[in-house]
Design a binder for this molecule. Structure first.
Ligand code: 5GP
Ligand code: MG
Length: 461
């Protein structure tokens, strides 16, 4: 399965560039916990440090204070929920050719990987990884005959299709790119004399950097000798920012696609309350993701808001696996209800999204066992019926419960007394720039058509 959420951070012209990148990635940790990497340019050569695991585990003082020298740095976080976690597939992806050192960090998912890789392999390219980023590097190298790096990059961009926000370190230049549809976020900011780039602005806040703006869809921003050059590298398409960044993925204190995530989620909850109100003793979210829509729902409906599910904040990805007969352990270890809140109560759960329905079913079952009288659910996004080919981790239709079940059937499966989803129109009314979003997971209208091979892996290591 493809899984390409990810986090990007870059900084140009800072005496503590590696340390800034470390903190930037730290703020973006929710975007990827599988691996982390930082590369720096010290004026002579590129240095790199990558590893599996969390930012705080991958880097130490030796890396940040000594090894990762230089005033330009960029970093990447990789996310994965299934499949083998491989250091080989961690980023930034670093290559050397024609006297240049080039590092690429990619967030998003291309839809013509298979075709491009096949073409390149037929021409003799040898690949080290299964990552889209490696294809981009190969394309750039092809196009560098007689062209500048930026021209070659721009030509490479015209070949790749799908979702990509990129940071590229090419010797002493730092380049940021967003695909012509603007699927994945990428923003630019400034701290002192340095330019900074990040997937989300929560990274700027931590570094006390000023948020300047989003990189535009189809824009290439190059920082060269301290100055910023903006060029249009592709014909801009109708903007199609990923709606799921606002619904679930981005941090609520971030600005992505020019809007604050907290307010967007809260408004989704408010619209949801208007669309489908119901009597209940109180509203509760499943923390953390459901909390912000829950707050909005409570404001609008006037029902009390309770945190009746308690979260263990220290659940990492690497706890020792329980034995087979400790069923649903993974769900229980993260959330546990406050018992007295549940017994004989009419509960309204406000949830941000239903994907497979499996974790939610287990949580609802637990509430039943504790004696809840009625359990209703309101979901702050429409039913997710279609796979995402642009980087969200529901890539096959079989996984999506709403792809082949009615809302009533989903309610039955999860064990709910009632279930209602926010309408597409209601969702859009909660957003600024409502016309600028990709809604393919709800309506199947794909802004960049996924080819027949877009789910095929070229080669599994
Ligand atoms: P379900 O029971 O439908 O599988 O789980 C839905 C829950 O997972 C929701 O609470 C939602 O916040 C969360 N969620 C939504 N999308 C993703 C995703 O891509 N990855 C992970 N880990 N959780 C997700
Ligand atoms: Mg959740």
């Amino acid at each position: 399965m493809k899984k390409e959420y990810c986090g990007l951070f870059g900084i140009y012209g800072h005496p503590e560039a590696a340390r800034m990148a470390y903190f930037g990635l730290y703020a973006l940790q929710h975007r990827g916990q599988e691996s982390a990497g930082i590369v720096t340019w010290d004026g002579q050569k590129i240095r790199e440090q990558k590893g599996m695991g969390l930012v705080a585990d991958v880097f130490n003082e030796e890396h940040l204070g000594h090894q990762l020298k230089g005033q330009i740095a960029m970093g990447h976080l990789r996310y994965s929920t299934t499949g083998a976690s491989l250091i080989r597939n961690s980023q930034p992806f670093l290559v050397r050719f024609k006297g240049m050192s080039i590092a690429v960090a990619h967030n998003g998912n291309l839809v013509n990987t298979y075709e491009l890789r096949k073409e390149l392999e037929e021409q003799g390219s040898i690949f080290q990884t299964t990552m889209d980023s490696e294809i981009i590097v190969h394309l750039i190298s092809r196009y560098m005959n007689g062209y500048s790096f930026e021209e070659a990059l721009s030509k490479a961009m015209s070949r790749i299709k799908g979702a990509y926000s990129l940071l590229i370190l090419a010797n002493d230049k730092l380049i940021a790119v967003r695909d012509p549809n603007g699927f994945r976020p990428l923003s630019i900011g400034r701290v002192g004399d340095s330019y900074v780039f990040a997937s989300e602005t929560c990274a700027f806040d931590l570094l006390e950097a000023e948020y300047l703006r989003c990189i535009n869809p189809g824009e290439m921003v190059t920082i060269d000798r301290g100055s910023l050059i903006s060029t249009s590298i592709a014909e801009i398409q109708a903007p199609s920012s990923c709606i799921f960044e606002l619904i679930y993925f981005a941090r609520p204190d971030s600005i992505v696609f020019g809007q604050e995530v907290y307010q967007a989620r809260k408004r989704m909850g408010m619209v949801l309350a208007r669309e489908s109100s119901i009597e209940a003793d109180f509203i509760m979210p499943f923390p953390d993701s459901g909390m912000y829509a829950g707050v909005g729902y409570a404001h609008e409906s006037g029902l009390p808001f309770e945190m009746a599910m308690i979260r263990n904040h220290y659940v990492g990805r690497t706890f020792i696996q329980p034995t087979q007969d400790m069923r649903d352990f993974g769900v229980r270890v993260k959330l546990n209800p406050a018992r007295s809140m549940i017994k004989n109560r009419n509960i309204l759960i406000v949830e941000d999204s239903i994907v497979r329905g499996t974790t939610i079913k287990t949580r609802v079952k637990k509430l039943r066992e504790l004696g809840a009288r009625e359990i209703h659910m309101r979901v702050s996004c429409p039913p997710i019926r279609y796979p995402c080919y642009y980087g969200i981790d529901f890539s096959s239709k079989g996984e999506l419960i709403a792809a082949n079940h009615s809302v009533e059937a989903i309610a039955r499966y999860i064990g709910l007394d009632s279930l209602h989803y926010l309408s597409i129109e209601g969702l859009l009314s909660a957003l600024n720039n409502r016309q600028d979003f990709c809604l393919a997971c709800f309506n199947g209208q794909y802004p960049v058509p996924p080819g027949p091979n877009c789910n095929k892996l070229c080669f599994e290591w």
